[in-house]
Design a protein around this ligand. Structure first.
Ligand code: FAD
Ligand code: EPU
Length: 335
């Protein structure tokens, strides 16, 4: 096991570059090291913060417990009869690195999810999604360690209770399991999802190769989303809200250019459009701001804190509630 360090700055471990410290911090690159770390936290009665790349969390203040940076690595490829391939990746693998590895090995199906920051192990936590695909569409199963009993448990797709930016690991079983590996079902001839509105304009043709699809997704993302290394952020700060039929009709009457589309249970509204219409795009609030190209992204311009980001988020939520009678739910996990 790597040594357990004390009073470690989490700025370089969070894509918002948050100026907070962890009381204890350890990198783990094996299952046994992970168990040792959990025993350490149990013995000392410490809270635990499991960290991938820190691209979907906000930490308000110094963390008084043990921060475990997952560095479990490895990819296993297991061809199945009939042409499908099961691919298992360890939790600490870079998500984009894994998507690229699959592309380069003819294992298709993950191209739409290229360039999403973070680690493989975090991808099921909020069922990461982009450009018409969510990981629930490609995942088969995962293996997770019970934080209390230190036993491994297998989760099927159904066990994960996936929803839009949601899973059992964000809800009912939050803080109970650490995902150690995820298995995907890919194939050499996976059908390609190319009909997502914001993607079509980036595709060279209507029937792109997997590489062309991957490149188009990367280009679309680079044009819209700030790279955290240049401008610290956590991607979309709010989920796109879903409203019922009558609320949707009422909004359309007042705002004929409202961006929305039908989903199960109602209509999904583009939160970025609402925030943009309310005049927040590019607004600076001390050291933090609303991104100038994408109103759904809040950025840290320098020495902003988690508290600054959440204060700005709260102001936006209150304004959107007042103007549109719509509730915006924060997407990243708050500590
Ligand atoms: P972290 O931020 O380290 O952790 C997030 C949460 O998951 C924490 O609560 C953490 O404790 C928990 N966690 C992490 N690893 C594990 C594990 N192995 N087991 C159990 N719990 C764990 N998301 C999308 O869905 N679609 C997008 O298109 C998208 N675009 C983004 C663009 C940018 C520029 C950025 C900065 C973020 C974007 N995100 C997007 C959000 C983010 O990339 C994903 O949520 C990603 O999966 C987070 O991975 P991570 O390793 O950084 O997780
Ligand atoms: N829009 C505006 N102004 C803005 C931003 C957006 O008018 O400032 C409008 C756009 O013109 C478009 C609509 O809102 O008509 C949707 O915008 P976009 O295509 O950029 O997507 P999004 O809804 O903002 C979602 C996900 C992203 C994901 C993309 C692509 C959520 C919360 N966000 O963004 O995921 O990459 O679609 O599929 O669902 C993330 O979760 O962190 C994330 C980046």
């Amino acid at each position: 096991m790597h040594p357990i360090q004390e009073q470690v700055s989490l700025a370089e471990y969070t894509t918002l570059r948050l100026p907070v410290r962890a009381r204890y911090f350890v990198r783990v690159s094996s299952l046994s090291a992970l168990k040792d770390a959990l025993r350490f936290s149990q013995d000392k009665g410490l809270q635990l913060l499991v960290l991938g790349e820190g691209s979907n969390l906000v930490i308000r203040e110094d963390f008084p417990g043990l921060c475990v940076k997952l560095e479990l690595s490895g990819v296993k490829v297991d061809p199945q009869p009939g042409g499908a391939v099961q691919v298992t990746a360890a939790a600490g693998e870079s998500w984009h690195g894994f998507v690229l590895y699959c592309l380069e090995h003819g294992l298709h199906g993950l191209e739409n999810l290229a360039l999403i920051p973070g680690c493989v192990g975090a991808s099921p936590v909020q069922n990461v999604g982009a450009y018409g695909v969510e990981i629930k569409d490609r995942m088969l199963a995962l293996s997770a360690l019970d934080r209390q009993t230190l036993q491994l448990r297998s989760f099927t797709l159904a066990d994960c209770e996936f929803g839009y930016r949601d899973s059992v690991f964000k809800g009912r079983l939050r803080d109970r399991y650490i995902i150690v590996s995820v298995t995907f079902l890919l194939s050499a001839n996976a059908s390609r999802v190319t009909n997502y509105g914001g993607l079509r304009e980036w595709l060279p043709c209507s029937d792109p190769s997997p590489r062309e699809l991957f490149d188009a997704v990367c280009a679309a993302r680079r044009a819209k989303l700030p790279a955290p290394a240049e401008l610290p952020n956590v991607g979309s700060f709010f989920k796109n809200p879903v409203v019922g039929e009558s609320a949707h009709q009422a909004l359309l009457k007042r705002f004929p250019r409202l961006v929305s589309y039908p989903v199960a249970g109602g209509f999904k509204l583009a939160a970025g459009w609402l925030i943009d219409q309310a005049g927040w795009k590019g607004k600076i609030d001390g050291a933090v701001a609303v991104h100038r190209n994408q109103a759904l992204v809040l950025v840290n311009q320098g020495d902003g804190t988690g508290v600054d980001i959440l204060r700005l988020a709260g102001r936006i939520q209150a304004d959107i509630r007042q103007r549109f009678d719509v509730e915006l739910e924060i997407e990243p996990r708050i500590y």
